[in-house]
Design a protein around this ligand. Structure first.
Ligand SMILES: [Zn+2]
Length: 201
């Protein structure tokens, strides 16, 4: 038991170090280190007995990359993008550099799900896929997750917090397809905690 706790602690420490590294953006000499979060999350899932989630998490993560890349490609296609283009200038170099963290939430999301699952075993219930269960999921999302998200976002717009953190996100005036998911580390963790609310698996 003690050895298992030690193993999990070591993995969480490694994940924390990788997370700090991934949000250093261009300051990080090991930009590829962010992708080590995936194997470390796999190890964590095995250690805490959450491997049942892995197929869904892998599929969901691949889908998110696909959607991000699809919208990025569409935004570069003049026939598609020109009629709805708002700014006719290119984003400044600092924006490109700042948005190197755009896939931070995508990478950390499986880790958040595994950790939330590990600390809330009483919520680990399996329900059959049905319209009524999908409706419950929607209700839980709109009655719990969205109000929390609204309050969190209002708080991010209080002057002190905005200046210290959220300005990062809203500085992208010439928005790119990936601008929406570019946030500093603590904000990303807040969003992930918010959106990891379990609603049955
Ligand atoms: Zn905002």
């Amino acid at each position: 038991m003690a050895f298992a706790a030690l193993q999990v602690s070591v993995t969480v420490i490694v994940l924390t170090a990788l997370m700090f590294n991934m949000f250093r953006g261009s300051q990080s000499s090991t930009w590829w280190g962010r992708y080590l979060v995936y194997p470390a999350t796999y190890v964590l899932a095995v250690q805490v007995g959450a491997t049942h989630m892995l197929p869904m998490l892998i599929a969901g993560t691949l889908l998110r990359y696909l959607v991000n890349l699809l919208f990025t490609a569409l935004s570069k296609l003049d026939t598609f993008a020109e009629p709805v283009r708002i700014h006719r200038t290119n984003p400044p170099a600092e924006q490109h550099e700042r948005e190197l963290d755009w896939d931070g939430p995508v990478i950390l999301s499986p880790t958040a799900f595994v950790l939330v699952d590990a600390v809330t075993p009483w919520l680990r219930t399996t329900v059959p896929l049905s319209w009524s269960n999908i409706a419950v999921c929607f209700l839980a999302h709109y009655l719990v997750v969205e109000p929390l998200y609204y309050l969190f976002h209002r708080w991010l717009h209080t002057p002190a917090v905005y200046k210290a953190s959220h300005v990062h996100h809203h500085s992208s005036v010439v928005t790119e397809a990936i601008s929406g998911t570019s946030h500093p580390m603590l904000e990303t963790l807040g969003y992930l905690a918010n959106f990891s609310f379990p609603c049955g698996s």
